[in-house]
Write a protein that binds this ligand. Sequence first.
Ligand code: PEP
Length: 250
Amino acid sequence: MPRKPLIAANWKMHKTSAEVRSFMSAVWPKVSDITDREMLICPPFPYIPLVDELRKSTSILLGAQNLYFEEKGAFTGEVSPPMLKDLGCEYVIIGHSERRGIFGESDELINSKMHAVIKCGIIPVLCVGERKEEREKNLTEQIILKQLEKNLKDLPETAFEKMVIAYEPIWAIGTGLNASTKDAHDAIALIREFIHSKYGDNSAQKTRILYGGSVKPENMKSYMDQEGIDGALVGGASLDPDSYSKLVKY
Ligand code: PEP
């Protein structure tokens, strides 16, 4: 079965409830005819119930941007996998470079989060990618492989039935400096080859691998034309309904 393209919106720490309402009412009429692609919206935690309410009778998927791996307990400020499940989240972004960089998340913590969401039945969108200095030292492949090795450690093969991985070079996120289509293609081929070698052909064929980093309506198609790129994880250009619908309709 061919993999359905996924266009994932990472709203980061943006929008008010009024802006969420206005986005949701504007976007659906623009994309309601699309059936061969999936749309995923990952709002900030407080707006998850609102997006869930407003997406009823649409095919829009719902995700969170982060979570903690424990089920419950004394973890002030954190949100657990069962809570996200309870709120209707089908997906969650894990290991975004802003979590790794600003909040100091380690590969080991990310691995614990991966185990916790798989156990809970939520689909992870695992982000991997190199920093500018690492790229300049030709370490891109090494960094991606190290992150995959550590972040996917000891996951069961069944985790790859619905896994999503996003290749997000850190220097391309929010900078307007998007990766070349060849570099995105090559990094994604490397990721698929890693999954193939560790988890077999079925897992490699089923895993959706996205590109993320300054994707805009103007460059979206050039990525989607690349063999093996199954969609995009988009920050800035996903905030506006017009721009997001153009990404979906690339
Ligand atoms: C992101 O937040 O994952 C991202 C890719 O952001 P942007 O599209 O703004 O570069």
